[in-house]
Design a protein around this ligand. Structure first.
Ligand SMILES: Cc1ncc(COP(=O)(O)O)c(C=O)c1O
Length: 303
């Protein structure tokens, strides 16, 4: 896109790209970060609902207000792009009154993935502009060789239509009510999983408010790492990714559990049991390692 528009993006601020805002204990950007970073050359601010690494939400309304203040005082009219890859499809059903979208003056474009909480197989998603004028005419190709005028704005051209049909089917089949029920169920299961893990004294939940059906935790009071635990869980058939957070918080390693439609309360119980069993095994092997170290120490003393 930068090539097409011949624009140099000097700084994209968002917790997806993990730029300046990601600090210890605050895993999103803040309106203050935005104020400190932007200048007259800033072409847009990117913010995320459903951050990739921690499943949190950038404070879009506060960022919007900060940009409105800047518009008024300095005359810089800086738009917001909201990356709603995950959250864009859950917030309207779970928290319809929460403003993160086109109801905010500076939000001009939003992307959402259908293959996440739209509940369709990969790959479908949308980039939506608030107003036709927000999309420069020169980026749209008008094609006439397929019979009739077809405006096209995309990075690639030919694409199978199966995902579009599947998404269309889901929208009609589930409707607002169906999606709402599914989202609420996922959210309940995510809260349940978070509270169970929280109660063990072994984990700290990073995204404490669980706005999205995602649970991200770090280990506490343990001699092993999330990577060991993830590996143990893989042996039991669970894929729970372990990774370090990006710059400014890269000394924190977490496990992330994305709760989908098919992840029932029973499965929360099963996963929880397997997590606790894995922890027990890891603790035992750690104890054994220490014991055998002590034994060897004694052995060297004896001989
Ligand atoms: C915040 C965020 N934005 C964008 C993407 C990419 O979206 P897509 O899979 O639709 O390309 C992801 C992750 O997969 C994401 O978590």
């Amino acid at each position: 896109m930068c090539k097409i528009t011949e624009t140099e993006i000097t700084k994209v601020m968002s917790s997806f790209s993990c730029i300046s805002g990601l600090k210890e204990d605050i895993y999103t950007i803040t309106a203050e970060d935005i104020k400190a970073e932007i200048d007259e050359n800033t072409i847009a601010v990117g913010a995320v609902v459903g951050t990739t690494f921690t499943g949190q939400m950038d404070p879009i309304e506060e960022i919007n207000n900060a940009l409105l203040e800047i518009k008024e005082t300095k005359g810089w009219d800086i738009p917001i792009h909201v990356d709603g890859a995950s959250g864009g499809f859950t917030l309207p059903f779970l928290y319809p009154e929460l403003k993160w979208d086109f109801r905010l003056e500076q939000v001009k474009s939003i992307n959402v993935s259908g293959h996440k909480y739209g509940l369709v197989y990969p790959g479908i998603g949308w980039l939506i502009f608030k107003d036709k004028t927000d999309l420069p005419e020169e980026l749209i190709f008008n094609i006439n060789y397929l019979g009739g005028i077809m405006p096209n704005y995309s990075l690639n051209f030919s694409k199978g239509s199966s995902t579009i049909i599947a998404q269309y089917y889901n929208l009609i089949r589930l409707g607002m009510k169906g999606y709402k029920n599914i989202m609420e169920n996922m959210q309940e299961n995510a809260h349940y999983l978070a509270s169970k893990l929280n109660g063990t004294n072994k984990f700290e939940v990073i995204n404490k408010s669980i706005i999205f059906p995602i649970v991200t935790v770090q280990l506490q009071n343990s001699d092993f790492t999330v990577f060991h635990l993830s590996e143990k869980l893989r042996q039991k058939g669970w894929i729970v990714p372990a990774y370090t957070l990006p710059a400014n918080a890269d000394d924190i390693a977490v496990l992330r559990m994305v709760v989908k439609e098919s992840f029932s309360k029973d499965m929360v119980e099963m996963l929880f049991t397997d997590i606790m069993e894995s922890i027990e095994k890891l603790e035992q092997s750690e104890e054994e390692r220490i014991k055998s170290k002590d034994k060897n120490k004694n052995a060297t003393l004896l001989y």
